[in-house]
Write a new protein. Structure first.
Length: 268
């Protein structure tokens, strides 16, 4: 292993032989770090943090610290689990879970820019980009292929659906529907994440089906329950439409409302 002489590593930490640890890193016991992961400098990794393969973690990051939850008891055994091929930039702070045996979880291939806060019990999927200084409160769930712009705040227990985009400075207090773009304070749906869907390779037929689905939900005059009933008349929807239906039906905080931009219709 390439371990800088100023690094402090507990003998009970488990590091793959290929792990690199830079200057002034501190790693507690009950930490596991997988093959090919590189730690830059001045990184603090607390007990109960498990990191997968080929991650790149930059200076000033703190991983797996005690949750900022006044009811949390420090002796509670909880975890932070990070997958493979993630980039975690400078000064990010990720906390572990709050319930015995449970974890804050980050998936694979995520690009997490500087100063991001991931609070206790958050779940982040795969292939997401989260931009500088955004904050995810406790129990937030982020899907896959999501783009969260800078200085965004997401309320505790909110969900962010797959392929969605949150604009900069947005205040997210309800669930963000999949494939949508939201903006504002509080955030509202302003249209589809059309650029993201094209870049992800979704066909025009799939994009049109998603657009039609949201027209029924937001532009038909139905309330949400009525719109979902209308959508479920199709006994064999494509997976993307079924995911939208399931997302709306499983929400607990409510779904972000739609608003038109500049007084007109925003369907794209």
């Amino acid at each position: 292993m390439k371990i800088h002489p100023t690094a402090i590593i507990d003998p009970k930490a488990e590091l793959h032989e290929s792990v690199e640890v830079g200057p002034f890193c501190v790693i507690d016991k009950d930490v596991k770090i997988g093959e090919g992961t590189v730690l830059d400098s001045n990184i603090r990794i607390y007990s109960g943090t498990y990191i997968g393969k080929f991650n790149k973690i930059y200076s000033g990051v703190a991983l797996g610290g005690i949750p900022q939850d006044l009811s949390f008891k420090p002796e509670t055994k909880t975890y932070l689990e990070i997958g493979d091929h993630n980039t975690i930039r400078e000064n990010c702070v990720f906390h572990r879970g709050t319930k015995e045996g449970e974890a804050t979880k980050i998936g694979n291939n995520n690009f997490l820019m500087g100063n991001i806060h991931v609070a206790h019990d958050v779940i982040i999927g795969d292939d997401n980009i989260i931009v500088q200084s955004s904050m995810l409160a406790g129990h937030v769930v982020v899907g896959n292929k999501v783009f969260i712009s800078g200085l965004v705040g997401v309320h505790q227990f909110a969900r962010v659906g797959d392929y969605s985009m949150i604009a900069g400075l947005a205040k997210v207090v309800k669930d963000v529907p999949p494939y949508s773009t939201v903006d504002g304070n509080p955030a509202s749906v302003i249209g589809l994440n059309s650029v993201g869907l094209k870049r992800a390779g979704l066909s025009s037929d799939v994009r049109n089906a998603i657009k039609k689905t949201y027209k029924i939900i937001y532009h038909s005059g139905f309330n949400t329950k009525q719109a979902l009933t209308e959508l479920k008349k199709d006994s064999n929807p494509i997976p993307e439409v079924q995911y939208i239906i399931d997302f709306f039906e499983s929400g607990k905080r409510g779904i972000t409302d739609h608003r038109a931009v500049g007084g007109g219709s925003s369907e794209e």
